[in-house]
Write a protein that binds this ligand. Structure first.
Ligand code: NAD
Ligand code: TYD
Length: 383
């Protein structure tokens, strides 16, 4: 079934994080008649400074809450009379998942289950959900949209080493992840996301909860926590610190500008098919080392350094355990069915991104000095 969804009280989880903050900003600015509720625990990755430009808007609300706390989540559904959910809150960094898989299972699996249970409970008690046999009617009254990753599909092989015509020199193989690719996660992060995707679909198939899932490729852009490749390397170049390249730097990632992901989420939330899955990506594969060279060149140029100044910072280090070789998303379905395409060429996106981090050094310094975390702990400790 497909129709334009018109519900207006939207709960966005993980809205203080990287992608979530762009989604919150888009919804608050584009839909002044919606009530947008940002539910976030403010872990190390959550930062309300990502939202200072919209925090005073009348349609924006913030609730500090752990998605694993079912009772508190349900109370938030009741407080605002939520009719749509966009669920982004998660632990998101593969390296952390290797060190601490329990936290990933807790947040990504149990947390998602708690969100699903709360949505089902509230929408049942308010008559929006009437069970499996009324799945079509349910879908006109409420919606649960789960944001996932291409990493659940596992890894593709590098079969086309010479590359192709895409901006980063790809595609580096003939195979792509499609919506029907079998799940084959390798890291504790991707395993936890895969488990959460399965729970979401199970809630549709078992209870008639109107769900949808999207799986997106690697995002880049402003407000990304500097443990991820692109902001980490921009910051390290600024401080002339080593750039730790895992393995030989030959792994391939498919990069999408974060605002294009947020636009896709907006489109799918309103016009996508319930009980369906869409892949989101920009056909933009880069070998890590080639991407790193572009970052170095761009940062050096914008800092006024002679070309090549920071090449010497490249430091090859021990590879990540179980490092997936290649991710490549086929987003043809999204283009064909809903007309979505990325709006930005990669060259422009990376230029914008590097400029943003260099122009917003206070944002970066607050995070890397650890002060922002203590600040929010102190701010909320009596709640
Ligand atoms: P992020 O780590 O930047 O932000 C995660 C947010 O979730 C933070 O604000 C954090 O405080 C919040 N959070 C974590 N645990 C929570 C809990 N228990 N309760 C409430 N809030 C909690 O992540 P991101 O990169 O913005 O990713 C957002 C979502 O998109 C995730 O579900 C991720 O799997 C998915 N995704 C990310 C990418 C990417 O390239 N970053 C690509 C595809 C999909
Ligand atoms: P990352 O940004 O952590 O995203 P993901 O693991 O979800 O793809 O890493 C992107 C790629 O960069 C990945 O192949 C691992 C590699 N990488 C490095 O080589 N060095 C680093 O310090 C980091 C953080 C990542």
């Amino acid at each position: 079934m497909s129709f334009v969804f018109t519900m207006k009280t939207i709960l966005i989880t993980g809205g203080a994080g990287f992608i979530g903050s762009h989604v919150v900003r888009l919804f608050v600015n584009k839909y002044p008649d919606y009530t947008v509720v940002n539910l976030d625990k403010l872990t190390y990755a959550g930062n309300l400074a990502n939202l200072t430009d919209i925090e005073d808007k009348p349609n924006y609300n913030f609730e500090r809450c752990d998605i694993c706390d079912f009772e508190q989540v349900l109370a938030i559904f009741r407080k605002y009379d939520i009719d749509g959910v966009i669920h982004l809150a998660a632990e998101s960094h593969v390296d952390r998942s290797i060190k601490d898989p329990f936290t990933f299972a807790q947040t990504n699996v149990i947390g998602t289950l708690s969100m699903l249970q709360a949505a089902k409970a509230y929408w049942t008690e308010t008559g929006r959900m009437e069970g499996l046999d009324k799945a079509a009617e349910n879908a006109e009254r409420c919606r649960f949209y789960h944001i996932s990753t291409d990493e659940v599909y596992g890894a593709l092989e590098l079969t086309n080493l010479a590359g192709g015509d895409e901006p980063g020199g790809g595609p580096f193989g003939d195979a792509f992840f499609t919506e029907t690719t079998k799940y084959d996660p390798h890291s504790p992060y991707s395993a936890s996301k895969a488990a959460s995707d399965h729970f979401v679909r199970a809630f549709h198939d078992t209870y008639g909860l109107p769900t949808m899932v999207t799986n997106c490729s690697n995002n880049y852009g402003p407000y990304q926590f500097p443990e991820k490749l692109i902001p980490l390397f921009i910051n390290n170049i600024r401080h002339s610190k080593p750039l730790p390249v895992y393995g030989k730097g030959e792994n391939v990632r498919d990069w999408l500008y974060v605002e294009d992901h947020a636009r896709a989420i907006d489109l799918i939330f309103h016009k996508g098919r319930v009980a369906d899955t869409y892949n989101i990506g920009g056909f933009n594969e880069w070998k890590n080392i080639d991407l790193i060279r572009v970052i170095i060149k761009t940062v050096d140029r914008l800092l006024g350094n002679p070309e090549g100044t920071s090449d010497q910072l490249i430091t090859y280090v021990t590879d990540r355990a179980g490092h997936d070789m290649r991710y490549a998303i086929d987003s043809t379905k999204l283009k064909t069915e809903l007309g979505w395409e990325p709006s930005l060429q990669f060259e422009e996106g990376i230029e914008r991104t590097v400029r943003w981090y260099l122009d917003n050094q206070a944002w970066m310094d607050n995070i890397t000095s650890g002060e922002y975390e203590r600040y929010y702990e102190a701010m909320y400790k009596d709640r």
